[in-house]
Design a protein. Structure first.
Length: 195
């Protein structure tokens, strides 16, 4: 089977971390791809660096995607994705922007593009439940993600999963099955989903 990876796109609280943990339990070679991060906030799940280093990588053509959010800068570096795949691992990338999902999907492996969705009240409950100090900022991002989807209704997805309706283990199994089967990304009507 040719190398593959998973792109998990969704708003805060949609289950990206929980589903990634389940994917790793199901298939140990599946692992979170740790993006580069420069700035304040959460440190777990990132490779910490400086904004200058991200800029140097960008100038060298090494950045697949970069963005700013929560007063920090993030980047996905091409060579690290390649190293991940070359070592036999399956990268699981967490994305919050369609532009990022598109940019990463251009990297030449078979990507399973997964839209994870949950209603705003579920995001609120989950963010409060995990102790986020910036719940209002995360709810603002939920609305930005919803608008991003509405602005890109023709975006192709391999799977669309309502994480408030299935368990993380069920979601992970569906994602791994789609990855193993090489399920193509196709345009799905998500307007009713995100309303």
């Amino acid at each position: 089977m040719s190398p593959s990876g998973v792109i998990l796109y969704g708003p805060p609280g949609s289950g990206k971390d929980t589903i990634t943990a389940e994917l790793s339990n199901l298939r140990p070679e599946s692992a979170l791809f740790q993006r580069l991060k420069a700035g304040p906030g959460r440190t777990a799940g990132y490779r910490l660096t400086t904004a200058e280093h991200i800029e140097e990588l960008a100038q060298a053509g090494e950045v697949l995607y970069r963005n700013s959010r929560y007063d920090a800068e993030y980047a996905i570096d091409r060579s690290e994705v390649s190293a991940f795949v070359d070592s036999g691992r399956i990268p699981v990338l967490h994305m919050g922007q369609i532009a990022g999902a598109r940019a990463v999907a251009a990297h030449p492996i078979n990507w399973v593009r997964v839209l994870l969705w949950c209603p705003e009240d579920v995001t609120r409950q989950r963010c409060q439940g995990r102790g986020d100090k910036d719940v209002e900022a995360r709810l603002k991002v939920w609305h930005e993600t919803r608008q991003d989807l509405l602005d890109h209704t023709a975006e192709p997805w391999s799977l669309v999963i309502r994480t408030d309706q299935v368990s993380a283990a069920q979601a992970a199994q569906a994602i791994d099955d789609a990855r193993s089967a090489g399920t193509p990304a196709e345009v799905r009507d998500i307007r009713g989903l995100v309303g």
